[in-house]
Design a protein around this ligand. Structure first.
Ligand code: ADP
Ligand code: ASP
Ligand code: MG
Length: 483
């Protein structure tokens, strides 16, 4: 059983949907294709919802017309008249439901997370209908299944957490019979079902996670993430043009990469695959013949494989007058961060033992002013005397690679590189069992830090350099590289 997932760019227009359909058909059955919304559609849906909430019906109407236009353009590529008409009918119902939901939001004058998820699910639902119709029109039996009947979650709208046991049960009921009947199942990414049956979402970029959740629920033999890059690269290609494909990485490494900002995988993607030992492959729909990246339990080489950056973070610090107050202060702060669902990306205690620092995901939490005030309230409520500090525009850069990240030499080299580049290190972390080594730096320096670290740890080999005799400077750089 293969589960494939196609991202937004890979189903962005008629030609891309056709190319994705051909890839689906090339895989052995039974098979499931998890689809994202067409590129840009999720953002447009959110824009329409926000416009409706702010009373701008004109803008909301213009945006929904654009969404409808994108879907209709793809419909025109469905080669069979009957399939095209049937798909149009379902799309009409989806677009009408969207319009109704937007009217509800306009009447409420505010956008709840519950409404937002219901609205934003339109993109994935429409794509599943389009892809299934496209496959059938090409002669491949296919059905669409919406994940708000299958992926059971809690009710944290906008970032719901899955219920694996219930999902397994629902997948057995809703998906398995279709596969057994010989159909290719086209499944919506990104969305799930709250306990009360409402539609939830797994967070932006969550279709990767949908694929592994479904793959685990169906005991898939392999999960394939089809995207617009030829695998996991040694850095974000938009930051480092010379980044190269990493052929093999371990689950741990992939998890760290995703956690520390490699957008190619949603941060939660890997865990469901680990639990059942399912290999995950990252492949490009633009170059389907390339081998891509294979993620499995064991790492192939113990070297730094990729450098990533996570931006939009805050550095929060808590100082207490007496050492014995630190545990109470930490408890209050961690409690407040948990209550407010603010993710702690890294935390450390300074050597004076009177200061804790937390690198937190600022996300939509209103920056330092709000977070600082919230922590002060929590410390007051716990009756702990402490001083709260907060720094905005912080980034975390990470060098990812099992073995290498745990080597003290890697940390010294990382700090030396950042020092040479004059990039201040606000905090850094290394532990013996680390798979990633991290340094917190000002956000404005993050891209430069990634480039410099990539140059040192991974340095792409230009084609012209291959085969020539190494220069002394190359050998020196090689001896500095870890792994
Ligand atoms: P999809 O729509 O297929 O889910 P995404 O845009 O979410 O695609 O993720 C793919 C993008 O992730 C790539 O186009 C690339 O710009 C970005 N990216 C960031 N870091 C990495 C990395 N280390 N390896 C590969 N891609 C990366
Ligand atoms: N369409 C959703 C998003 O844009 C989910 C995804 O692409 O994975 O966030
Ligand atoms: Mg993505």
């Amino acid at each position: 059983m293969i589960v494939m997932k196609f991202g937004g760019t890979s189903v962005g227009d008629v030609a891309r949907v056709c190319a994705a359909a051909a890839i689906v058909e090339g895989q052995p059955q039974p098979r499931t294709a998890v689809v994202s919304a067409a590129a840009g559609v999720t953002n447009l849906l959110l824009e329409a919802a926000q416009a409706a909430a702010s009373g701008d019906a004109g803008r909301a109407g213009a945006v929904t017309a654009e969404i409808r236009g994108k879907h209709l353009a793809i419909t025109s590529g469905i080669g069979d008249g009957h399939e095209r008409a049937a798909a149009l009918e379902v799309l009409d119902r989806l677009h009408a439901a969207l319009d109704h939901a937007l009217v509800d939001v306009a009447n409420a004058g505010a956008l709840s997370a519950r409404d937002s998820d219901r609205i934003v699910a339109t993109g994935e639902k429409a794509m599943s209908v389009l892809m299934a119709a496209m496959l059938r029109a090409r002669g491949t039996p296919a059905v669409h299944v919406w994940a708000d009947r299958v992926i059971a979650t809690d009710d944290r709208f906008g970032g719901a957490r899955p219920d694996h046991a219930r999902t397994r049960e629902l997948a057995g009921r809703e998906v398995r019979p279709q596969l057994d009947a010989g159909a290719t199942v086209v499944f919506t990414g990104f969305i799930g079902r709250a306990p009360d049956g409402a539609t939830t979402t797994l967070g932006r970029g969550g279709s990767d996670y949908s694929a592994t959740l479904l793959g685990a629920a169906l005991d898939a033999d392999e999960i394939q993430i089809w995207t617009d890059v030829p695998g996991v690269l040694s850095a974000d290609p938009r930051q480092v043009p010379g980044a190269r494909v990493v052929p093999g990485i371990s689950y741990d490494e992939a998890q760290e990469l995703a956690h520390f900002g490699a957008k190619v995988l949603h941060p939660r993607t890997i865990r469901p695959a680990v639990a059942r030992g399912i290999p995950v492959r990252i492949l490009s729909t633009f170059a389907p013949e390339k081998p891509g990246t294979l993620v499995t339990r064991d790492a192939a080489v113990e070297s730094v494989k990729a450098v990533t950056a996570l931006t939009n973070l805050l550095l929060l610090s808590i100082d207490v007058p007496e050492l014995e107050d630190l545990a109470a202060a930490s408890a209050a702060v961690f409690g407040a961060l948990r209550d407010d669902r603010i993710e702690v990306v890294a935390a450390s205690q300074a050597s004076s033992r009177r200061r804790m620092t937390y690198v937190v995901d600022a996300g939509s939490h209103g920056g330092c002013a709000c977070v600082e005030q919230r922590m002060e309230q929590a410390l007051d409520a716990a009756d702990v005397e402490a001083e709260v500090g907060c720094l905005e525009d912080v980034a975390l850069v990470a060098a990812v690679g099992a073995g290498a990240a745990a080597a003290p030499r890697t940390l010294s080299l990382m700090l030396a590189v950042l020092g040479r580049e004059d990039i201040p290190v606000l905090a850094s972390s290394q532990q013996l069992s680390n798979v990633a080594l991290t340094a917190t730096v000002p956000a404005r320096d993050a891209a430069r830090a990634v480039r410099a670290l990539h140059e040192t740890f991974i340095r792409p080999q230009p084609a012209s350099a291959r085969g020539r005799r190494p220069r002394r400077s190359d050998l020196l750089a090689e001896s500095l590289r870890v792994g």
